[in-house]
Write a protein that binds this ligand. Structure first.
Ligand SMILES: [Zn+2]
Length: 245
């Protein structure tokens, strides 16, 4: 393949842009915010599980307390009924005595139930404290997630802007070069990531290998507009005054 030396040198400008584009694509894939967000997602999921468990504990205690309240209400209702009957004071003496015994036992039962309720209410306060603590941690983690998402989005927007800038510069550069040369360059670049490299100080800029004496002799004999390629890596080697020929 033939191409004027100044045309070949422009391949290096094209390669510089393509290298920048490859670095930008890598930056997008390797954004540190991605790892941060993955870790935060795991943290949030674990906290969410904890929150559910803590909520269940509070709900269970609420249900137990409600059950006790109902029992206490029943005892109170029974007591009122007994007291009303005693106040009337009519009826056989044995019956009135039985009512008085029942009242004593109802009072004791009420006291036991109220003690149990107090105990549960203390447990509920502790359980609510645990739940509040988890919810505070959740709110904090969600805030950190929002901040990390913002950072990621800012980075992505910046990368997209730089890519747009490089692509805008690439278009006229590639359009000005001969089509067959660009096709060859693109093909080698697709295979190896690098289509053209500078031949500098007797080394291929692509694979960095020092060229053999026979290679150097072949390249020295080549016409300036011959497109020469590295025997090792097949990349286009662009010759300049620094090529050490
Ligand atoms: Zn090479």
């Amino acid at each position: 393949m033939k191409a004027e030396p100044q045309v070949q040198r422009r391949l290096l400008d094209l390669q510089a842009i393509d290298t920048s584009l490859a670095q930008l694509a890598h930056r997008r894939r390797a954004l540190p915010e991605r790892a941060v967000l993955e870790a935060l997602a795991r943290e949030l999921s674990a906290l969410e599980d904890e929150r559910v468990r803590a909520q269940v504990a509070v709900d269970d205690l609420d249900r137990d307390i409600a059950r006790l309240e109902k029992d206490i209400d029943q005892v109170r209702a029974r007591k009122s009924k007994d007291e009303a009957r005693l106040a009337v004071g009519t009826g056989p003496a044995r019956e009135l005595e039985a009512l008085q015994h029942e009242l004593v036992s109802l009072n004791r039962r009420q006291g036991d139930l109220e003690d149990a309720e107090l105990e549960l209410m203390e447990q509920r306060e502790t359980a609510q404290g645990v739940l509040d603590g988890i919810e505070a941690k959740l709110a904090d983690a969600r805030e950190r997630r929002a901040a990390a998402e913002q950072l990621r989005d800012d980075s992505l927007a910046e990368i997209a802007k730089e890519e747009e800038f490089k692509k805008t510069a690439r278009k006229p550069l590639a359009a000005d070069l001969p089509g067959d040369l660009v096709t060859l360059y693109d093909k080698i670049r697709a295979d190896t990531g690098l289509g053209a490299a500078l031949l500098a100080a007797g080394r291929c800029g692509g694979c960095r290998l020092e060229l053999s004496g026979a290679d150097l002799a072949r390249i020295r004999k080549a016409a300036p507009d011959d497109v020469v390629r590295c025997e090792e890596c097949r990349r286009i080697m662009v010759r300049t005054n620094e090529s050490g020929l």
